[in-house]
Design a protein around this ligand. Sequence first.
Ligand code: SF4
Ligand code: ZN
Ligand code: ZN
Length: 288
Amino acid sequence: MKCQLCNNKAELPEPKLCGKHFINYYDKKVNHALESSNFKNKNVLIGLSGGKDSSALAFALNKLKDKFNLSITLLFIDLKTQDCIEYWKNAAIMLARQHKLTIETIDITDYGKTLKDFENQKRPVCSTCGVIKRYLLNKYAYENGFDFIASGHNLDDAFYFYMKSLYSQKIDDLLKFDKLTLPDNENNLAGRIRPLIYLTEEENRLYCKLNNIEYSSAVCPYSKSSPQTHFKKKNTNLSRTYKYNFVRSIRKLNAKIPPEENKKLHKCSICGYPTSGREKCMFCTLMG
Ligand code: SF4
Ligand code: ZN
Ligand code: ZN
């Protein structure tokens, strides 16, 4: 299988590109994500997990930081996810050292909990993990003057998210998970950018390999019961083009809907961050 642009061996079946042309293709995609969102002069917080996606993102954004005048800080959230957390943490710290990036760490034990405390509860551990990470990332970004949080969500994540929204008839959720969400100061929410939304997990893994980017492939013990892991396993045979067209179609539909004015959301009586109508936000409920 040859590269579609030269005679060298292609690294993946789709896109059929050799290592050198693949890196160009990947960097162009990230560049386009920033350019098309007019993403310049920003103070960006990257949620770095130590896995392939956020590590690839940190490396690619760092390459573009001068062009777009970005100031980049990494944030690692230690949820004490059993043994694998040490591998992820070490990889995150190594990556930061290699590229002279500032890395901050939040430890969930400062809140008196670990992820283990949420086993065997009605809410699946992965869902709790997501609530905690989203909350802490936003809180840190908002309180430390970051305009945007950049996350390593990829095409496979977007495909899963949109499929889940359709299956469960949560149509409003189709409007979420966009490439860019602007900051909402009234509701204490930092902006969000997902520059890898059109790059697959496999492409992120390859980008890390070709650039010798430090990351850990340690598997979280909770992933066995994660609906997302099951969904991804079931759909491994779907082509990149299929997933890309599906996600693009949803986003094209979204573009036809006029954006809603930012509504003032309810504030949590404990922490003051937004809640969906309850008195306490989900984070404070979990930590209570
Ligand atoms: Fe969190 Fe679940 Fe991912 Fe583990 S598999 S890091 S618990 S979301
Ligand atoms: Zn080539
Ligand atoms: Zn709260």
